[in-house]
Design a protein around this ligand. Sequence first.
Ligand SMILES: C[S@@+](CC[C@H](N)C(=O)[O-])C[C@H]1O[C@@H](n2cnc3c(N)ncnc32)[C@H](O)[C@@H]1O
Length: 326
Amino acid sequence: METLPLQLSNAIDRELAPLSPDKLRQACFELTQRYAQGLSMETQLHRQAYVAARLPATYGAIRQVFRRIEPALSSIQSLLDLGAGTGSLAWAAGDAMPHLQRITLFEKDIELLRLGQHFTQNNLDPLQLAWCRDDITQAEIFPSHDAVVFSYVLNELSLKEQVHVLEKAYQATDKLLILLEPGTPQGFGHLLNARNLLLKLGAHSVAPCSHNAPCPLAPAFKDGKDWCHFSVRIPRGKYHRRAKDGVLPYEDEKYAYLVVSPQPVPLPKDRVIKAPIRKTGHVILDLCTEKGSKERTIISKSDGKTYTKARDSEWGDEWDEQNEKG
Ligand SMILES: C[S@@+](CC[C@H](N)C(=O)[O-])C[C@H]1O[C@@H](n2cnc3c(N)ncnc32)[C@H](O)[C@@H]1O
């Protein structure tokens, strides 16, 4: 479960308190409709609906991705957030990157930027935050940073714009380029295109792929049968439940992600790319392997320690069967 930091959830509660439940629900409905039509937020109510219903999910996905690549984050001192929205990344980064000193946030929507400034003000010291109102598709160059992130942004850009911003972002990346998208076929499709482009530019995989070979899920994706994505459980706060008319105290956010680096980095052997199937006496793991293949492995109770590890493994974990035996 990835829970919002208390200061952020208090700030959100204060922002949303004046709204009637009906208004919030209606705005959330409209926002969902707009996203389905490829449109973004338009009114202040849409922005508030985003804060109630989507910000906790994007925060949760970012936080989980950061956990997956923790060792690679230890040397990150500067971060560029492209399409920052209300700055959920800044909250997740502060916790995950022990040496982080400064974050530059580019956002084109002045009202979202103001909300983000309002939420973060005096709450993330001693981190230095520089908010810039900018349309990233118009940039000829981005300032260099250790890590550059697009979180749930590519799907708001045309394919041509995606190529432009990815090329510029890669040039500005000293150590890590991190991309997150909704865990839908469309979201995965954007990342697959991005991966092909970035590998051509000389990038090396960091996660989730444990290889630099073509994606083994691409053929099944083209046939509309499969795509790579992951899931994070997030608690629903009061306004989140109100916005979504939800009764459950949590929801599962599906997301897709890609992390690459200009330098080669040590890669995991394999990665668990589906929820493990736990049966009596055996566990089935679907893996993306270091060889660049998609494989299914069955680990039975007679495999001893490996079975215990497999039983405890989670969707998205690294998997090294040789090591697990040791
Ligand atoms: C779905 S929101 C994601 C916000 C934030 N990154 C997060 O993860 O919560 C997409 C954001 O990208 C911003 N955006 C879209 N196109 C942009 C552009 N051309 N330049 C700058 N920001 C842009 C939108 O205004 C919006 O804030």
